[in-house]
Design a protein. Structure first.
Length: 306
């Protein structure tokens, strides 16, 4: 199949769009000047993200299919964190002309398959030449008539609970940086996160007051929730699952590791979270985040600090 440079822009678009099945929310998919996506609620939850080669992924560590799955997951998770149902992705794909066509096709297979997990579709996008692979993803979602679940609704007395894995992707990244080839479960977690997409609906149905995607580390993201809500969040480390496979830095991975795309929410005392969620702490009066009563040393990810 050669390279995308040999195939040309419109030949590449044709090959990629044929790999993108469309769900019922997409009324008009790839092929026109813009896609048309149903918004029965009258409002659209929207988010966007950038992934740059060497910064967010390495092609010697992750194959194209995994990169596609990861790129879709981190955007779909943000829509779910608003309590919305993901409907569509728009994908901007930049790559060197020397990129193999088969590599690009597998990337889009990953995007399409992750969308399928969440009930969404890749509805359109753009392709351009560039010196390095870059993905610009916009995700859209439908609120289904409900109020968005924001970071600003937590109140003193609420329970804090999480849904999904914490620390796995961070532990896997550390293994790759050390040149190690296992445990396979941790490497896979870094390459292909598995957000529990049902978490948004679960949180809404349980009466959650606030919700967010844990993408940059539990402590850092809870800090965003605490700041937006004007409260303090107390975390009990004894409630956190720290697998032995994480090694001696296990608790740090759980507190500060990002990219698992778990969800953290606040729930009123009279509306406890579902059994699939784990209560890890409580909302108090004050500011910031405390772990076992202390300000934690753990810091999360910052794109400009690294």
């Amino acid at each position: 199949m050669g390279t995308i440079g040999e195939l040309g822009e419109f030949g590449l678009i044709g090959r990629l769009t044929r790999r993108l099945p469309q769900g019922p929310a997409v009324l008009l998919g790839p092929g026109d000047d813009a896609a048309v996506v149903a918004a029965p609620d009258g409002r659209v939850a929207a988010t966007t993200d950038l992934l740059v080669e060497g910064r967010h992924f390495r092609r010697d560590w992750s194959g194209p299919y995994d990169i596609g799955r990861k790129a879709a997951a981190q955007n779909l998770a943000d829509v779910v964190a608003m309590g919305a149902r993901p409907t569509a992705l728009l994908v901007g794909f930049a790559a060197p002309p020397s990129t193999e066509t088969a590599w690009a096709e597998r990337l889009y297979d990953g995007l399409a398959d992750e969308c399928r997990r969440a009930g969404a579709s890749v509805a359109g996008g753009d392709v351009v030449g560039a010196d390095e692979v870059t993905l610009a993803i916009t995700a859209l979602g439908d609120l289904g008539g409900g109020a968005p679940l924001t970071r600003s609704g937590a109140r003193p007395g609420d329970l804090v609970a999480v849904r999904g894995r914490l620390g796995y992707a961070s532990a896997g990244l550390a293994l790759l940086a050390e040149g190690r080839d296992g445990p396979a479960e941790l490497l896979a977690a870094h390459r292909r996160p598995e957000p529990p997409y049902e978490a948004g609906a679960e949180a809404r149905d349980a009466g959650a007051t606030a919700l967010l995607d844990v993408s940059d580390g539990l402590v850092q993201d809870l800090g965003h929730l605490a700041e937006a809500s004007g409260v303090r969040i107390d975390v009990d480390s004894a409630t956190l699952v720290v697998p032995e496979s994480f090694g001696p830095d296990g608790l740090r991975h759980v507190l500060a590791g990002g990219e698992d795309h778990a969800f953290a929410g606040a729930f009123p005392p009279g509306s406890p979270p579902p059994p699939s969620w784990t209560v890890i702490g409580a909302v108090r009066r004050g500011a910031g985040v405390r772990v076992d009563g202390r300000v934690p040393d753990a810091a999360g990810w910052d794109h400009f600090r690294g």
